[in-house]
Write a protein that binds this ligand. Structure first.
Ligand code: DQA
Length: 149
């Protein structure tokens, strides 16, 4: 199983940006943690981070042609604004899970909308970076059911 973990704007600043909300763990430490988890479960994983909406759309489209089995995405602030990301996930039809490190539903009004959610089979918020691992586990179970069913 081939997983792609996509992070949107400012997530490369993990550990530096607002540690009270996003924790002290760096982006590189997050990638190490996800890599170790995937290795334990025999999954292949690739990572992509961009601060640019169109680049994120391009990477989601590319995943289709690479035969990626599942996507985990934290679209950052594009969660709340981007119909283009929603359409990209719908276009490729790859099972996708949405992750937010912070509990977005308890934050500002403008964070209460998630466009991408409509195309995602799983959402996790407020579990810190462990949310990425939960999303991977959910998708792993879903793909296993698909392959065995
Ligand atoms: C975030 C929540 C978003 O509202 C914010 O813009 C982010 C990070 C999170 O992981 O909690 O950049 O997606």
């Amino acid at each position: 199983m081939k997983f792609l973990v996509i992070n949107g704007p400012n997530l490369n600043m993990l550990g530096i940006r607002e540690p009270d909300k996003y924790g002290k763990e760096s982006y590189d430490a997050l990638l190490d943690k996800i890599s170790a988890h995937c290795k334990n479960h025999g999954l292949k994983v690739e990572f992509y981070q961009s601060n640019h909406e169109g680049a994120l759309v391009d990477r989601i489209q590319q995943a289709y042609f690479e035969g990626v089995d599942a996507i985990v995405i934290n679209p950052g602030a594009y969660t709340h604004t981007s119909i283009a990301l929603l359409d990209a996930v719908k276009a490729v039809g790859i099972p996708t899970a949405e992750v937010h490190i912070s509990k977005v539903e308890e934050r500002e009004d403008f964070r209460q909308v998630s466009y991408i959610r409509a195309a995602c089979c799983f959402t996790v918020t407020g579990h810190g970076t462990d949310g990425y691992l939960e999303a991977i586990d959910f998708l792993r179970g879903k793909l296993k059911d698909r392959d065995e069913g």
